[in-house]
Ligand binder design. Sequence first.
Ligand SMILES: NC(=O)c1ccc[n+]([C@@H]2O[C@H](COP(=O)([O-])OP(=O)(O)OC[C@H]3O[C@@H](n4cnc5c(N)ncnc54)[C@H](O)[C@@H]3O)[C@@H](O)[C@H]2O)c1
Length: 386
Amino acid sequence: MIVGVVGAGTMGRGIAQIAATVGCEVFLYDKSEEALENAQNSLTKILDRLIEKGKFTETVAKEIIERITFSTSLSDFSQANFVIEAIIEDLNIKKDLFSELETIVSDDCILATNTSSLSVAALGAACKNAERFIGVHFFNPAPLMPLVEIIPAISTSEEILIRTKEIIDSWKKVTVIAKDTPGFIVNRVARPFYGEALRIYEEGIADFATIDAAMTEVGGFKMGPFTLMDYIGNDINYAVTETVFKAFYYDPRYKPSFTQRRHVEAQWLGKKSGRGYYDYSDNAKKTESSAGDDLKAYILNRILVLLFNEAIDAVFWNVATKEDIDLAMTKGVNYPKGLLEWADEYGLSRIHNQIEELQRLYGEDRYRPSPLLKQLVKNNQKIYQN
Ligand SMILES: NC(=O)c1ccc[n+]([C@@H]2O[C@H](COP(=O)([O-])OP(=O)(O)OC[C@H]3O[C@@H](n4cnc5c(N)ncnc54)[C@H](O)[C@@H]3O)[C@@H](O)[C@H]2O)c1
């Protein structure tokens, strides 16, 4: 199998590593020679570390890196069976790339985009043959995160969906199929993890450290929302929130926050800039939470019920199957449990009551139970019926 990867940044180099590790011949192209050089150096370092850890022998690592051609010309892609694009998140730049690619690749080559937030249908429209165009959304860091969302557009053929899923499954990834709707599964369902945490902070209910502690110590999440936003980068996380908000025709459930916007404007981007919600300088004092258990339980429950509602609403709108939604949240963002399974355990009427309570208090459409949640509660049913 010959794989072409366009864009040798964070995602492209990770995808190239995955494909080369499973034995594909890979062409990794970037318009910037510096990016290609950086990718080559970083992949060599990663493989060296994997040798030290005993994951590969030196010979195997050498074979992996030798399977990657760091390419300065797209014409190398003429032999490719499968091309994944991972360049800048800009609709027109991506469309130009796909129009050009189509003149180079063979007729049966699959064209895929790793976009996080653009419409797959809109990108596919740049191709003369939109049937062979599909979304494959990896998570960062791609070699470590098991999940890949596969997103057929309305124009994608069934055969291309099946072939793409087979390829990514053979790369030992966990695949889920998502509808071509804003944020696909993970970036849609996870919005309240950030948005409600920011809102709780803005209302003065708790500080960053307390909200993080509630989610990690009590909720069992690997990282709290503020630590995670600092890790992702506030610029990136804010951009995703804003895109999803606009793409949902300004649904207040996805409204971005001033606090995060100010952090971006101040260049307090998180770990990468040394300062975000927390201070990452060498002699910075670690911020600890001194809040009591009741406050932490309130915070956890408030964020959790909105996450449950979002996951249930994604089922209602046929974004994906229940099983795929649960897999996506555990394998793509490391949630301690699938949200739908967890919602059943938590109790659907309890979730419904808590959301209605928030709606009564605030009078905002942001807090509205999903129609599916209402139906299930009314019929005394669970999401997963045994
Ligand atoms: N970073 C993440 O966490 C993440 C996760 C999932 C998906 N994505 C998506 O993956 C894509 C890439 O993101 P990234 O974080 O790797 O970006 P990045 O900025 O690290 O890398 C992008 C690379 O694309 C190159 N590039 C830009 N325009 C190009 C063109 N016209 N032709 C060839 N190369 C070009 C740049 O030189 C750069 O090296 C985006 O669509 C993003 O939304 C990112």
